[in-house]
Write a protein that binds this ligand. Structure first.
Ligand SMILES: [Zn+2]
Length: 129
């Protein structure tokens, strides 16, 4: 099943190949401000169909994750993850035809990765899809 996503102004459009069994929130300083519900999607399952050149890039802290936003409307559609660089975190609120009703939503612990510290966790130790 293919879901269709877009930013608010419609400049950026993308597709995500399902299934999407769960969503997650994150408590890091960036995610808590943008307040998105996200899903982990392997890079092979996300396709930017329009407006890739309109995406702005924001990087901070370790500058590994790539946080994209629409340069016109400012909406965050997805980011490349620091802990799993071959995966995107997709903003489920940007999927126009995905029903989040009843979706399990996990609270991810991101604060522990927000500081550049030798003891900070380098990668998510749990299972990947
Ligand atoms: Zn836009």
């Amino acid at each position: 099943m293919t879901f269709h996503g877009s930013c608010h102004c419609g400049a950026v459009k993308f597709e995500v190949e399902g299934p999407i069994p769960e969503g997650y929130t994150c408590d890091c300083s960036l995610c808590s401000k943008r307040n998105a519900v996200m899903a982990n999607v392997h890079e092979s399952r996300l396709r930017i169909t329009q407006g890739e050149e309109r995406l702005g890039l924001y990087q901070w802290n370790a500058r590994i994750a790539k946080h994209y936003f629409c340069s016109t409307c400012g909406i965050y559609p997805f980011h490349r993850k620091r802990s799993m660089p071959d995966h995107y975190g997709v903003n489920l609120r940007c999927l126009d035809d995905f029903d989040m009703t009843g979706l399990p939503i996990r609270a991810a612990e991101g604060k522990g990765m927000t500081v550049v510290d030798p003891s900070a966790r380098e990668a998510w130790p749990g299972p990947r899809e």
